[in-house]
Design a protein around this ligand. Structure first.
Ligand code: MG
Length: 389
């Protein structure tokens, strides 16, 4: 059998490098046909040589020019640029699966182009479904391309739902680590520092995701993702705090029994599940060691500690552009917190104020979603100084 040819959008980030680690472990089943990144072209030199990649793209044209001029890539390497370059990498004729892991909105159009070209898409970027879930799922349905979730929680549910009729499914339960302030009394959250917010107990992630984990805005975005991926109403999707990050999510069946998926907290597991789907082979990551004591605990999330979770659920119920507004407001709020111009509890306050100031509408195009995103960012930036501590 020919190896499955994949393209990675967001190749220099942590999802991209873990994807390469999985490809390295299964050289007869997987190969890399294309790589794309924002501008860190130097980080692509090694993978291009190791995996004999013919085509790369850099979203930043200046970085593409520097890469071409460097002479560091093998002769004949095609170096494309801009959004069109990312789309071309995603739609290379030999590619059958695209790993979509670009942070922010830059991956939206290339991923839709891939689905349009009937490429299966392993989805890691949250923005795709939160902003454009309606368009992403409709395009996949129309062309027959498959959407495979990379996010650990959604991948767990994707695995649990395999071969189960819809009538057997009652509810989905997303697990959440609870983040850095899981045990901090809610009345002290106003005084926590940036350094404290950046300490995540289980996962090694960038600052934005780590702070989103502390506020549970991250889990709010995942609720919205789950609604699109599994086509269930938002009120049949629950969240439970599970500090150990070993149970990646659960499904409640019609009879009331639950099934859970457990694995160590390594993204190699869900990434490999997508890349090799539907095959199971040994994963290049440590296994769960049950020769030592293991405690798994769960508790309901406290709404006073995690107001962003309730705001995300409300935005999901409203639908239309409300999830995009939630996402944009949260990004501005986190950036403002990181700059020291907003307290930690100000993040949720700014998201709530922005949602109240920006009306939601049913988008008819990606352009309308991006306009709502831009308007929400402006509103949040305008509202932020009024909430400064
Ligand atoms: Mg997740």
């Amino acid at each position: 059998m020919e190896p499955r040819a994949i393209a990675i959008l967001g190749a220099t980030g942590s999802i991209g490098t873990t994807t390469l680690q999985v490809v390295r472990a299964h050289p007869t089943l997987l190969r890399v046909a294309g790589l794309a990144a924002h501008k860190r072209w130097r980080d692509l030199v090694g993978p291009v040589r190791e995996f004999k990649v013919g085509t790369i793209a850099l979203a930043d044209p200046a970085a593409a020019a520097a890469a071409r001029a460097s002479g560091e890539f093998p002769a004949g390497t095609r170096i494309l640029e801009g959004e069109a370059g990312l789309s071309e990498v995603a739609c290379l004729p030999e590619v059958t699966m695209v790993v979509s892991a670009v942070v922010g909105t830059a991956g939206l159009a290339p991923t839709l182009a891939a689905l349009e070209a009937r490429k299966d898409v392993a989805l890691a970027s949250k923005e795709l479904l939160v902003l454009a879930g309606k368009f992403v799922t409709a395009t996949a349905r129309r062309t027959g391309a498959q959407l495979l979730p990379v996010d650990s929680e959604h991948n767990a549910i994707f695995q649990l739902l395999r071969d189960k009729p819809a009538a057997d499914i009652d509810r989905l339960v997303l697990t959440a680590s609870g983040g850095a302030f899981r045990d901090t009394p809610p009345d002290r959250l106003g005084a926590v520092t940036l350094a404290q917010a950046l300490k995540h107990p289980n996962w090694d992630m960038g600052p934005k995701v780590t702070i989103d984990s502390a506020t549970m805005a991250n889990k709010g975005l995942e609720l919205i993702e789950a609604r699109w991926l599994f086509d269930l109403p938002i009120d049949r999707i629950d969240v439970v705090v599970h500090p150990q990050s070993i149970i990646h999510s659960m499904v409640t069946l019609t009879d009331g029994s639950l099934q859970a998926l457990l694995s160590p907290p390594s993204m190699a597991y869900p990434i490999q599940d997508c890349l090799l789907y539907p095959r199971r082979l040994p994963c290049p990551a440590p296994r769960l060691d049950l020769s030592v004591a293991l405690t798994l605990s769960m508790s309901p999330p406290d709404p006073a500690r995690y107001p962003c979770l309730g705001l995300a659920r409300a935005a999901a119920r409203t639908g239309g552009t409300a999830p995009a507004i939630f996402n944009a407001a949260n990004e501005v709020a986190v950036a403002t917190f990181v700059e020291g111009r907003l307290g930690f509890t100000g993040i949720a306050e700014l998201v709530a104020a922005t949602l109240a100031a920006c009306p939601s509408a049913e988008p008819t195009s990606l352009a309308e979603v991006l306009a709502a995103d831009a308007a929400a960012r402006q509103a949040a930036s305008r509202l932020a100084p009024g909430l400064a501590r």
